[in-house]
Design a protein around this ligand. Sequence first.
Ligand code: DGJ
Length: 734
Amino acid sequence: MKKLLFLLCAVWTASATDAAAQRQLIDIHTDDVSLILRAAPGEEVQLLHFGGRIEDPAPLMAYESYRHPGHNTEDVAYPTFGGRNYHEAALRATHVDGDLNTELKYLSHETQRLADENVTRTTIHTTDAVQAFDVDLVYTAYARENVITTHAEIRNREKGTVILHSFYSSALPLRAEKYLLTHLHGAWTHEAQVEHTLLTHGSKSISSIRGVRTTHAENPSFMLTLGSDRFDEVSGEVVAGTLAWSGNFRLNFELDECQVLNILAGINPEGSEYRLHRGETFTTPEMIYTHSFEGAGGASRNLHDWGRNYGIWNGHTPTPTLLNSWEGAAFRFNARILTDMIDDAAAMGLEMFVLDDGWFGNKYPRNNDKAGLGDWEVNREKLPEGIDYIASYAHDKGLKFGIWIEPEMVNPKSELAEKHPDWIVRTPKREAPLTRNQLLLDLSNPEVQDFVFGVFDRTMQLSEHIDYIKWDANRCANSIGSSYQADDEQAHFWIEYTQGLYKVMERIRAKYPDVLIQACASGGGRVEYGALKYFDEVWTSDNTEALTRARIQYGTSLFYPALVMASHVSVTPNLQTGNVTPLKFRFDIACAGRMGMELQPKHMTEEERAEARRAIEAYKEYRDIVMQGDLYRIGTPYDEDGCYAIAYVAKDKRRAVVFAYSLRYQSRTVPVFRIPGLDPATQYTIREMNIDKPRYWFEGRSFNGELLERAGINPNFSRIYDSAVFLLEAGDGR
Ligand code: DGJ
């Protein structure tokens, strides 16, 4: 017996030594960020470093974690349930023979440079120690943007169906003294509120189980400030992540007894068991990470660059300025009301008119939100002239034309619901709960996918002048049940709904690559990079009130560029908050994103129209910087002093635009805004935009970037809602 034991030990030591000898580092990096893994055949893949770029990681080959194998596992690239893992698992599966354990061992890896030379992809192949079950870990590095994205491909080669209980996109262990988590929370008309939490031991998670319209309450994005309990815009080490998935998500932050923060990000496993049949591969959504030593600002700029270059359908052409009919006309319009709105929009210098909800339904006319959804024929009573008449009218006036659809939904009072009750998400024997008087269509069903594609396609055929579609989605999924899914695969609905949406969007984009499409979901319910892969922009919130909007846009800007942030000027008292703000303040807030208007221009005075014309004209002069420039946030709209500013600096640093706001009464304090991101040696001439006559001593003067960053500018703000927009251009002023 002793002999046998000795022999076994000897074999084990020999194979451990062999494995050690075959160990190699997998060095995935961008210009400034490194992700270093270590692997050997038959061993788990370890994740040694994610953070600042390490030019020569070779010495890490000898890295020792000093973890006792019985106490805690190493920091692995994709922890699984089973073996010696004590953390929440990135992957939990029940194998065909009932085995609950999965232990992924390294097989091989390869790295390829993609056709776009800026991008390299590393695929690490792993397999279970005993089951015919493989996982590929795929890391894609975007050099200039300093972004690394990651997903997993899970393959079943067993002799039957494997049940996947959890199947995250990625796991990321981080090591720091402290972890300050920053994330977004909120509600309808109150999206993207920023919250900071110093993580303590145990788990904290951010998630959604709403299926559709998932980002009102939480957003699948986070920032972590490492080693500090202070959120800093300018300096400090920050890791940021955001998940590209429009369905249920979960980001879990587990701080363990070794002070390691284990991050899991991906599809929410809650109620989402997935039966992976023999021979099938499940591909998880993409998780997008960046790292910066330039604080939150640096992390945001990386994500914005990545979004514009890779993450957004068309990240380089902004949606035009527009007038949307919703808050101005709601369901009450006819052709005359719309053409008058188009005339007014043209007169103010706007570039597009968007006809919102209410244009369809005949048997059940869409005169309120109780009927008609699903019946996408033009309402003959309201618009006997048809959509082409309105679209052509807009085009004749030099405006583009857009139209609203909500193709995933149905009112019970509709011809569609009468014809296709089987397409509705509901469980037999249970009442389907209504939200906004409507139900959800089962997009996991290919027939419904065809229908939804058809709605888009037929809407596009209503006129050759349709340039923009506002795609709305006004309810979540709940009490789910799918007549398409098998009884034992009902839980697949959660995933296949979102996959169904993407299949439809693929078809739409193949046929209509240039049409602009906005993702709206009761405002900011679809603000995430899964949707943005197909959509050009998002409707940031149904709250169009400028003061609260300052916070919504600030939160959104942590992860998403201004290019996608539709932001409209509306009436006062505001329809959502009742607040009254000056028109200039409303424009100065809206112009920091993709500006539009959403009101009945007939109700504006001549002075207000003139003011709008001035603001729109000014916006056109600098919007390229807002859309494509680097964002520097100066303070926050949460700061007690009520002083907040945003600077967008053009990539060549020759121009910048600064939006400055007073969000409370300043009394005798004159705010100072120091402007980062400029070239210290360049002379910039300052011109205040959207104003009739000069107001401040620095108007028309020129200052170098160093002075502007160190001394700043001090617009003489006093009242709440004082605001200013400054254009800084390289070249001498007075
Ligand atoms: C919700 C959207 O967020 C609004 O902008 C508007 O389109 C309404 N739906 C129309 O029903």
